[in-house]
Design a protein. Structure first.
Ligand SMILES: O=P(O)(O)OC[C@H]1O[C@H](OP(=O)(O)OP(=O)(O)O)[C@H](O)[C@@H]1O
Ligand SMILES: Oc1ncnc2cn[nH]c12
Ligand SMILES: [Mg+2]
Length: 178
């Protein structure tokens, strides 16, 4: 286990199993809809890569980057679009693929913005849901794990751009960021 990690919250095997389960379910839900899966950079990259390979249906992908945390451990509440989509989503069935919903500020902004572009539907699939810190009324349509109020890293999640490459979800030692 990495020296900066206090405990492994979700193992590599648990992630693999749940992501495969979700991919199968999404294949049924989106079977004839040719969904546009939007990966929210950077944290959702490993989740997106694994999830779409378990979706055995026609689908398309695009990427967005927004900024809310930067090098902090709490959301600034200000959401900026750093990289927008490449194509129109008018009439498309959109699935936002995210790594974690914490305060909910990032996704509540994204969902409203995307709905304003006349998508046929906008749903959220998140790897992690941290409901204890929610600041807005937002729940994911699909979630792999619900976690307690702890700052976690790994499988895409970072602290100051580090730890994204850890294969598991771990709780960061407080001394690393305090
Ligand atoms: O529910 P919230 O409180 O808004 O927090 C969740 C958001 O924060 C993280 O992104 P971050 O800004 O760290 O960007 P990153 O994915 O590039 O690390 C995470 O990937 C979510 O997008
Ligand atoms: O626990 C967490 N770890 C990494 N990034 C974020 C953002 N919100 N919550 C987080
Ligand atoms: Mg981050």
């Amino acid at each position: 286990m990495h020296q900066d990690i206090k405990e492994i919250l979700i193992s590599e095997e648990q992630i693999k199993e749940k992501v495969a389960e979700l991919g199968k379910r999404l294949s049924e839900v989106y079977k004839d809809l040719n969904p546009l899966c939007i990966c929210v950079l950077k944290g959702a990259v490993p989740f997106m890569a694994d999830l779409i390979r378990k979706m055995e249906i026609p689908m398309e992908m695009d990427f967005m980057a927004v900024s809310s945390y930067g090098n902090a451990t709490t959301s600034s509440g200000v959401v900026r679009i750093l990289k927008d989509l490449e194509a129109s989503i008018e009439g498309r069935h959109v699935l936002i693929v995210e790594d974690i919903i914490d305060s909910g500020l990032t996704l509540s902004y994204l969902v409203e913005m995307l709905k304003g572009r006349n998508a046929a539907s906008v749903k959220i699939a998140t790897l992690l849901d941290k409901p204890d810190r929610r600041k807005v009324d937002l729940s994911p349509d699909y979630s792999c794990f619900t976690i307690p109020d702890a700052f976690v890293v790994g499988y895409g999640l970072d602290f100051a751009e580090k730890y994204r490459n850890l294969p598991y979800i771990g709780v960061l030692k407080e001394e690393v960021y305090q």
